[in-house]
Design a protein around this ligand. Structure first.
Ligand code: HEM
Length: 226
């Protein structure tokens, strides 16, 4: 064994790499279930903006019982926090190998990390502005008319929602794809090609739902509706 190989095997013990492997499996699993499933439902619920204020308010901001609200908080925010901590730790060890591996795979690797950073800022701002601030300062959940007007008359809000949801759609679809690969869901070349296609369709669906909801809010905030 060369001294370099001896050093690297001493640096990462089997126990440490088993623990890292387990952490990465748990983090990717939590990001898909319950977090990813909840994001799909959240975007779907936001599409009720096409049906007007009451339908949107019921679908997005109301809970049948306070326990249901607390449970949603735990089911969504806890996996979100765990995934964020794990993602930030992985970001520190990220290595870009442009030129050494296939260009497309490298591009996806870089985009996944850039999207992750963007999503972190978007979700942080979104949690404060759409979820916590209205409750803390006005004593009620975000009102349809307020968000619709913000979307229509405040360009930064519109741009942040468009780019933030683009980042979420990419990060979730590509993350689900990567995690199917690491779980060994498919192995044949044909299976891998099909999985790639499915990830692209999933990305397009997420983006269509998000931008559809944003469009409905933007349209409802226009002068004709005020
Ligand atoms: C179409 C774009 C979106 C709109 C219009 C929107 C709107 C809202 C609103 C109004 C709330 C507050 C709900 C309440 O008062 O209970 C909320 C909560 C939340 N949103 Fe979004 N959202 C969008 C996209 C996203 C995306 C892409 C994510 C990705 C992670 C996300 C994550 C969250 C989270 C984590 C909460 C807090 C949920 C809870 O704990 O109950 N949102 N959203």
């Amino acid at each position: 064994m060369t001294s370099h190989a001896a050093q690297s095997s001493a640096a990462v013990s089997p126990d440490a790499s088993r623990a890292a492997f387990l952490r990465s499996r748990i983090a990717s699993l939590l990001a898909i279930f319950p977090l990813g499933v909840w994001i799909v439902l959240h975007l779907w619920n936001n599409l009720s903006a096409f049906q007007g204020a009451d339908a949107w308010q019921t679908a997005v901001t109301q809970y049948p019982h306070p326990v249901a609200q607390a449970l949603t908080g735990v089911i969504v925010l806890l996996p979100l926090a765990l995934h964020t901590v794990w993602g930030l730790a992985r970001l520190r060890t990220a290595r870009v190998n442009l030129g050494r591996y296939a260009y497309y795979a490298n591009l996806k690797y870089v985009l996944q990390r850039l999207a992750g950073i963007g999503v972190l800022f978007f979700v942080g701002a979104h949690l404060w502005l759409a979820f916590l601030k209205p409750r803390a300062t006005e004593g009620h959940a975000e009102a349809f008319a307020d968000l619709a007007q913000e979307m229509h008359f405040n360009p930064p809000t519109l741009i942040v929602y468009l780019l933030g949801t683009l980042g979420v759609a990419y990060h979730l679809a590509n993350g689900a794809h990567a995690s199917c690969m690491s779980w060994g869901v498919v192995s044949s070349r044909r299976g891998l090609r099909r999985l790639e296609g499915t990830a692209l369709v999933f990305f397009a669906l997420l983006l269509a739902m998000a931008w559809g909801a944003i469009y409905a809010l933007w349209a409802a905030g226009g002068p004709a509706h005020l």
